[in-house]
Write a protein that binds this ligand. Sequence first.
Ligand code: ZN
Length: 294
Amino acid sequence: MQADQLARGTAYNGQIRVYAAVSTALVQELQRRHQLWPVATAALGRTVTVTAMMGLMQDEGKVKVQIKGDGALGYIVADADAAGHARGYVHQPHVDRPLNEQGKLDVAGAIGSGFLYVFKDFGAGEPYRSSVPLVSGEIGEDFTYYFTVSEQTPSAVGVGVLVNPDLSVQASGGWIVQRMPGADEEVITQVIERVSRLPAVSSMVAEGLSAEQLLAQVVGPEGQVRVHQVVPLSFACSCSRERVENMLRGLGRDELQTILREQGSAEVTCQFCNERYVFERGEIERLLEDLNRP
Ligand code: ZN
């Protein structure tokens, strides 16, 4: 299996920008940590894969995406940084739905109708926030709409996850092509024609294509892709015992005393990675002593 990677490049002499991701191991890790059922694996996997490519679009900071639909999955949250670290979770990981009319996992049916929210933190300056209504709930089309309408960058997005019968992930990946200002109409027509005939990205990943090879495949030989950057993509969560301890301290004395009295210990589970942090009675008492100190 090829390593998880993100790649970005340009084509047609800089008239087109293109991004690609191979995210099989990342989505497998999400499946394992959150015990995702197949439609949740596909929905979260697609969302995290596009979010990871959006992370690469920035030089610094983080991108956070939320998809809130009225379907059985509830909401999906994903975030990623510019260095290829990504994570995410879905509100209801155990959703079972019949396959759709095309015989595929019914992601749109499990998400329902709602909104796609994007928050960008550039490390400095004002963060960016935007939202668009979901156009199909299939994720790829929703991001296409988001880039085109909200970021005013005409784009096409392909993203997909192949789930094995044993719930493991066979292949996962994605691509984004974007029109640069001043691009020739002829080039745009060629690109649209090309991407409309592309095989599913998950099949291309299953055949062994790397992120760099996906870039070339998406724009075709006429595009003469130039690869600008390839970075490893991996699961990473920023939670730690220290952070949880600070959070507990932030609850204040009264709240900690209530926890001690009613539960005797505190258990905190990180939503993003499902890591469990347990603070026993003695540790909470020590936190209380710290807080009592002037
Ligand atoms: Zn975590």
